[in-house]
Design a binder for this molecule. Structure first.
Ligand SMILES: [Zn+2]
Length: 372
C-alpha cells in the first residue's frame, strides 16, 4: 500500500524542467541516441522513428531534381528578362541560371509556389491527387498529416496557379449551356466605400456552365439572377461565333444567339421533366452541375470572393487530361513555369504578390499538352 502519493508537478514546472530536453526539440532525438549498446527495444524504436522522420522530411530525390532540371525557364524568375545564361549547378544538383539584366541567380523553383527549402515537391503529390479527387481540405490535411491551415494555404496556392486557367478556352461546334446556382456566404467585398453594392443578392450566385463535348467552362456571372448583360459579358469570349447552342430557352440566352450568330436548339425546363436522361439534350450539362454540387458539398463553406477560384479548380479537374497522373504532371509544370511566390501572410490577408511578369498558364498548358 502506498502511504503517500508522489507529488505531481505542474505543467509549467514540467515545461521548465524539460525545456532543453524534450519540449520543443526535434522528435528525432531519442534519450538513448548516444548509447553504444542499445537494447533491441531501443533499436526498434530508433529505427521506426528514423524511418518516419525521413519519410516526412527527406531531401530532394534524384527524380525530383531531374524533373526540375528538365524544364527550361522562359524568363528570369525575378525581372522577367529573356537574357539569361546557364550558371552551373547548386550543390543539390539543380541547374542555376544568371540573369544578364538584373544579375541575380535563380533556378526553376525560384519564386514559384514550390520555392521552399523545407517541403520537397513530392510532398505536394498526395495533396494534389486528393484535391483533384473530391476530398475536402480537412480530409486531405488529415491524410497528409498536415495542419488544416496548411491545407488551406496550399489550396490558395493552387488557386493562384489556376487563376487564368480558363481565359483562353473557346468552345465551338455544338455547345450545351445552362446556369447553376450556389449559396455563398456574404463577403466583406460586397461593401465598397462603406456602401453595399447593389444588385448582388446575399446568398445566391449564378454560375454559367458550357460544354462542347470536349471542353468545359465554368464561370461566375457575379449576379444572383442572370441577365442578357451578365450572360454576354461572361460568355462572349468563350463561344466561337457560328456555333450551335443547346439551351433551355431562358430569355437571357437570346443575346448570345444574336450577338454571336449562333444556331440554336432549345428544350424548356418545364418540358425537361418529362424526358428521360437519354432524351434530354441538356443531360451533359446537368451531369456537370451535379458533379459541381457534389464537389462543393465536400468542401468548407466558401465566400463570394473565392467562388471563381473554386470554379477554376473544378474546370481543371473536369477538363483534359483525364488521367490523374497526367493532370498532376500538367499542374506541376504550370506551377513551375509560373514564377509567383505566394506567402502565407499575404494570402491570409488576401494580398497576393502580383506577378513580376505575365506568363499565361493556358498557353503553357497547351504547350505541355502537346509535349506530355
Ligand atoms: Zn532578371
Amino acid at each position: 500500500m502506498i502511504s503517500q502519493l508522489p507529488e505531481v508537478p505542474s505543467l509549467a514546472a514540467m515545461k521548465t524542467k524539460y525545456k532543453d530536453n524534450h519540449w520543443g526539440t526535434s522528435v528525432k532525438r531519442l534519450p538513448w541516441d548516444s548509447k553504444t549498446n542499445k537494447t533491441p527495444l531501443e533499436e526498434l524504436i530508433s529505427f521506426t522513428m528514423d524511418e518516419r522522420y525521413n519519410a516526412k522530411h527527406r531531401s530532394q530525390i534524384p527524380e525530383e531534381i531531374s524533373l526540375i532540371n528538365s524544364i527550361v525557364p522562359l524568363r528570369c524568375h525575378y525581372c522577367g528578362s529573356k537574357e539569361f545564361i546557364k550558371y552551373g549547378k547548386y550543390k543539390t544538383g539543380i541547374n542555376r541560371f544568371q540573369c544578364k539584366t538584373c544579375k541575380r541567380t535563380f533556378n526553376n523553383l525560384t519564386n514559384t509556389i514550390f520555392d521552399s527549402h523545407k517541403i520537397p515537391i513530392s510532398e505536394w503529390f498526395d495533396y494534389l491527387i486528393h484535391l483533384f479527387e473530391f476530398h475536402s481540405i480537412k480530409s486531405s490535411a488529415r491524410d497528409n498529416k498536415n495542419a488544416s491551415s496548411t491545407g488551406k494555404y496550399w489550396l490558395l496556392k493552387v488557386f493562384e496557379i489556376l487563376k487564368n486557367y480558363q481565359d483562353d478556352i473557346v468552345l465551338d461546334g455544338t455547345i450545351v449551356f445552362d446556369e447553376t446556382f450556389f449559396t455563398v456566404v456574404e463577403s466583406k467585398r460586397t461593401y465598397k466605400d462603406g456602401n453595399k453594392l447593389r444588385g448582388i443578392s446575399r446568398d445566391k450566385i449564378c454560375i454559367a456552365v458550357a460544354y462542347d463535348g470536349f471542353r468545359t467552362i465554368i464561370l461566375s456571372e457575379n449576379v444572383s439572377k442572370p441577365s442578357s448583360k451578365s450572360t454576354l459579358n461572361t460568355l462572349k469570349g468563350h463561344i466561337k461565333p457560328g456555333s450551335k447552342l443547346i439551351h433551355d430557352d431562358e430569355h437571357s440566352h437570346q443575346v448570345l444567339v444574336k450577338e454571336l450568330d449562333l444556331t440554336e436548339e432549345f428544350c424548356k425546363s418545364s418540358y425537361q421533366e418529362f424526358l428521360s436522361e437519354e432524351e434530354n439534350p441538356l443531360t451533359p450539362i446537368n451531369k456537370i452541375h451535379s458533379y459541381m454540387k457534389k464537389f462543393m458539398r465536400n468542401h468548407e463553406g466558401f465566400s463570394r470572393d473565392d467562388i471563381q477560384d473554386w470554379m477554376n479548380l473544378i474546370s481543371f479537374i473536369i477538363n483534359e487530361p483525364e488521367n490523374r497522373y497526367d493532370k498532376l504532371k500538367l499542374f506541376l509544370k504550370m506551377a513551375i513555369s509560373t514564377p509567383k511566390k505566394v506567402r502565407f501572410r499575404d494570402v491570409m490577408s488576401k494580398k497576393v504578390d502580383t506577378k513580376p511578369f505575365s506568363t499565361n498558364p493556358v498557353q503553357i498548358r497547351n504547350f505541355f499538352l502537346k509535349n506530355i
